[in-house]
Design a protein around this ligand. Sequence first.
Ligand code: PMP
Length: 388
Amino acid sequence: MIKVSEVSQQVQPSLTRKLFNLAKQYDNVIDFTLGDPDVQPHQDIKDAGCRAIQQGKTRYSQNAGLLELRQVITQYYKRKEGFEFDPLKEIIVTVGAMEGLYLALLSLLDPEDEVIIPAPYYVNYVQMVKMCHAVPVVVDNPNADALSFNVEDVEKSITPKTRAIIINTPSNPSGKIIPWEKIEQLAQIAKEHDLVVIADEVYKCLIYDQTLFKSIVSIEGMRERTILINSLSKEFCMTGWRIGYVIAPEEVVATMTKLQENVVACAPLPSQYAAIQALSGEENYSRNMVDIFTKRRNVLVEGIQTIPLLKCTPPDATFYLMVDISATGMKSEEFAIELLKSVQVALVPGITYGVSCDNYVRIAFTLDEEKIREGIKRIASFVNQLKK
Ligand code: PMP
């Protein structure tokens, strides 16, 4: 029997996948587990990808990605957020945000280094830090504001080994934007303790009700210590195209590019051409997504709010809704498993995102309105059974 590494044994499959896989054992499941939207990318984007394939643009690109794409990303940031970056030195195109996160961590971390991860957090952060032989330090305080963290707890967890903090705003799973005062305080802490901030902003494209979003990188003194992670997965519903990018100080991008050569060489070339189309600004291809998900969010929130024992408030962003199940007396994993067995609705137990979330379950509203309504009906019948 081949002995696998200790580090790989520390990495466990997530509860998200557990529920997703369990759901496959049932027929006619309403599956709210994965953040993988059912909406199709705009036809122009698909055409650009197909055209690249037909024209034989299917070879390797530069490790950092096509320069044309990096230029388009620069223009996109200038148009949308008013920042300017150097496409030659400060941008790398990656295989989704996930590979961007991984290479960023790999570029920063030595064995035993610590990375602070405030809860609720995206599970892969913890695993990726472990994969770098470093130590994830989860900041998870049940007494923090609901589905948020205390900045004081972040500061208290800093040690001489701390290298970075990962923030995810808007957040998966909470659907909230981290309030600006907290971002300013985190920036202050990062500067005082010479820490890097990895800012995962893949959901800033999906913000409702015209709520404003500002990136931590816009704060004075943060540009030189921020690694911005972004992706086309959510913005243009291109999860399977595996295309993302990272904007960071040039020493980090240079290191990531060197590592990229040894991991995947480059992001898939047809996807890079599709990304050029998506980000080109010819049309606001992502506008439609916000409209679609606003409607779904409203249907879901109104429906869940009519169910006794369940509570929720509308998310500011993302396609996730956290539902407070504390009045059912069940913990999140038990609730999720019983719900699946009893009415074939799959969702993710809140414990996946930190112990402070064990009174919640996460619904990804990446299904159409009809399925969402059916899901609500089934959840209501399950909860009404519990009440009896
Ligand atoms: N960050 C967060 C917070 C996410 O929720 C996801 C996807 N679920 C990712 C990163 C990864 O996105 P990608 O498909 O671009 O790798």
